[in-house]
Ligand binder design. Sequence first.
Ligand code: GRF
Length: 214
Amino acid sequence: MSERAPIGVLVSGTGTNLDALLQAARDPDFPARVALVVANRRSAHALDVALGWGVPAVALPQADFGGDATVRDREIHARFQDAGVRLVVCAGYDRILSDEFIDAYPDAILNVHPSLLPAFAGGMDAVERALARGVRVTGCTVQLLERGEADGGPIVLQAAVPVEMEDDVETLRRRIHEREWELLPRAVALWCTDRLQRDGNRIRVLPAPAPASV
Ligand code: GRF
């Protein structure tokens, strides 16, 4: 197969989505490989996940850059460039990226969010808010990240998750996570095989090319 696209993954937390991506990339036919993982805090468990898989990973806390997010993002960009990154994946990244960084990757930053956007956009408490609001169905979204409104970019894939009366934050988050682990690698594979076609705010998923006849 053709060369796999190098991707850069931004993380802040437990790293289960990163793990799902790395799991998917074990398949030699998966069209991407994780070239570099960057965390915004040294305590992020996702760094251990990366190291466990033998993938290069680094923590770049904002405090190391005089507290300036733009300067830190420049460093992330430089590291991603060195690693040949074509696609950036925010896999549980809890910082807003600078406009300068976003402009460096037009339509090339995927973000996963634990709700059916535009419901419960912004913030890190979408699961808590869905429960508190009493919705019957929530879910997860993979979207392209762009400037402006948080979580406002075009939607690539979504999956619905029913809310049960017995749910608490933990059980609901777990079921949403399980769908994210399917959706995020699928979105990455679609992006890396040029199967996402943007038309304004809508994204068309193109069919897989027919296998060449022999
Ligand atoms: C995910 O639920 C994602 O949607 C949100 O942060 C969470 C990260 O989980 N943005 P993990 O670190 O991948 O386990």
